[in-house]
Design a protein around this ligand. Structure first.
Ligand code: DC
Length: 230
């Protein structure tokens, strides 16, 4: 049986992980797993049920009640389903980003979601992005990439992305949210955002999307010998 391959991409919000991982997945015929979307789904559930997102006991009581499923549509896009409802759009609201960051700091939430993520990598060849994929979820991934960019570059990209979706946001507000999440995601004691020792560091501050993609594509090709499918 052919062995599944795993590529881990970690890094702070807005470094371009998801767009790049999606494109690399299409290029090499891998399944893209967006683990942030899973944390966002728990964040949304806590928000909707008005549970205090920093109260571990309260959030823990909520977890067994949640029916979270990850599906892939006909285009191969990951969809998040919460209690039977497709919440893939709802979890992208800026407010839910902060909820996701809050709940993701809780060890109970991380433990609850660990198996769902590992199962995907057992069953498929994946490119998985998040904060602790190379360090905790898939420490034996064949390739680990730590993708970063300056907070200013990330805030600028995120602002354009949100504005394109019709959100009225200022650069300062987006930068402030990014700094809040950076501090919380890196400063928490449970699986903080940090590069695995054997991760390849890639800084995209000065690169556009196409340049960043070419860099990752060459890296995957050279390190894993995968052939391009598209
Ligand atoms: O990648 P994202 O912005 O969609 O992630 C939302 C939040 O979830 C982010 O603030 C950090 C958290 N997260 C995490 O702690 N571990 C992961 N593997 C993925 C996301």
């Amino acid at each position: 049986m052919k062995k599944n391959v795993a590529i881990a991409i970690d890094g702070p919000s807005g470094a371009g992980k998801s767009t790049l991982a999606r494109r690399c997945a299409a290029c090499f015929g891998l399944i893209y797993v967006d683990t942030g979307a899973i944390y966002r789904t728990v964040g949304l559930a806590a928000y909707r049920r008005r549970v205090d997102r920093k109260d571990e006991a309260a959030v823990s009581r909520l977890l067994p009640e949640l029916k979270i499923r990850m599906d892939y549509d006909e285009k191969g896009e990951q969809r998040m389903v919460l209690d039977g409802e497709d919440v893939s759009a709802a979890i992208r609201e800026p407010e839910i980003s902060l909820c996701a960051s809050d709940v993701s700091a809780l060890p109970a939430v991380r433990a609850f979601l660990l198996d769902m993520q590992r199962k995907m990598a057992r069953e498929h060849s994946v490119i998985m992005d998040g904060r602790d994929i190379g360090t905790v979820v898939l420490p034996r991934a064949e390739l680990k990439i730590f993708l970063t960019a300056s907070p200013q570059a990330r805030a600028h990209r995120r602002m354009l992305e949100l504005q394109a979706k019709g959100h009225q946001v200022s650069y300062d507000q987006v930068l402030q949210d990014i700094q809040y999440r950076d501090a919380q995601d890196s400063g928490r004691s449970a699986a903080p955002l940090k590069a695995a020792e054997d991760a390849v560091h890639v800084d995209t501050s000065e690169l556009n999307f196409e340049e960043s993609f070419q860099l990752l594509r060459d890296l995957i090709h050279k390190r894993l010998g995968l052939e391009e499918k598209a």
